[in-house]
Ligand binder design. Structure first.
Ligand SMILES: Nc1ncnc2c1ncn2[C@@H]1O[C@H](COP(=O)(O)OP(=O)(O)OP(=O)(O)O)[C@@H](O)[C@H]1O
Ligand SMILES: [Mg+2]
Length: 268
């Protein structure tokens, strides 16, 4: 049988050890045995309260944190076991969008330089003019002007900077994007625009999306399926409809009960 799943995470643990001496040593089980999968072209959201381990999951999948144990299989390949050289090539297919676009935009570099770097790094262009053409095209696709490539990050608003950070990711045409609180720092009206942009690009490119968020209103808008995390574990996974309309786990019910009502029509 041909599997439709792009990413399979099996019994993943990421623990942090704090303190140097035996008697003061404290182990934080940030991710404590989670199993889930994401199908090709699917949007899976990871939700849960602050500190439950959502970001650590994203960071472990991209090897920014070392897993303690478990398996991460991307398109049949074992992500955690492969040599760094092989992982660098695979990284083109697994990209991250962060809450703070400054994390991916160097304030000292013009946008054209920042967006050229991954293109040359992954050998996707042959010349500078080739790169400029691709950059102009992607800037327009994220709702910016092609001439914005000649400006610096500080010349843009937070929402525009996030669009540019999204352009930097999308220019590589990844197969999986991990968006960690990608719209959380933006004003509500801008949040809706950027969210709609992410969804539009996801659908156009057919990429899979792991959407990490504590904001259930946003999650409801963007997801196909939702995984609910609590203290390092996934307590419930289901379709958006199952999680929001027929939650099973008491923690999911508690989480849903605590969301403020979202004004109708904001996310359209
Ligand atoms: N590098 C680290 N060293 C030690 N502890 C860490 C590290 N990274 C995360 N933690 C701890 O792991 C737990 C999970 O953190 P994580 O950032 O994954 O939570 P989160 O669900 O993303 O929270 P938030 O919604 O606030 O972003 C927390 O207790 C955090 O303090
Ligand atoms: Mg986080």
């Amino acid at each position: 049988m041909i599997s439709n799943s792009l990413l399979e995470v099996r019994n993943l643990h990421t623990h942090f050890t704090l303190g140097g001496w035996l008697d003061t040593k404290q182990v934080i089980r940030a991710v404590n045995g989670i199993t889930f999968h994401i199908n090709r072209g699917e949007v899976l959201s990871l939700v849960g309260e602050s500190g439950c381990g959502k970001s650590t999951v994203g960071r472990t999948l991209t090897r920014l944190e070392n897993a303690t144990s478990g398996q991460v299989i991307f398109d049949g390949k074992d992500v955690l076991q492969m040599p760094a050289s092989e992982f660098r090539i695979l990284r083109r297919d697994i990209q991250m969008i962060f809450q703070d676009p400054y994390a991916s935009l160097n304030p000292r570099l013009k946008i054209v330089t920042t967006l050229s770097e991954p293109l040359f790094c992954h050998k996707l262009v042959r010349s500078r003019s080739d790169a400029r053409e691709k950059i102009a095209d992607i800037l327009e696709r994220v709702g910016m002007d092609r001439n914005d490539m000649h400006r610096y990050p500080h010349e843009f608003s937070g929402g525009q900077r996030q669009r540019i950070a999204i352009a930097r990711v999308m220019i590589l045409a990844p197969r999986l994007v991990i968006a960690d609180e990608a719209v959380s720092a933006l004003d509500v009206s801008i949040q809706a625009q950027v969210l709609n942009l992410i969804k539009k690009l996801q659908q156009e490119n057919g990429m899979a999306l792991l959407f990490i968020s504590h904001d259930l209103g946003v999650v409801r808008h963007i997801s196909d399926r939702v995984a609910v995390m609590y203290q390092g574990n996934i307590v419930e996974t289901g379709t958006k409809h199952q999680i929001f309309d027929e939650p099973n786990h008491s923690y999911t019910k508690l989480l849903l009960g605590s969301i403020p009502r979202i004004p109708m029509g904001i996310y359209s």
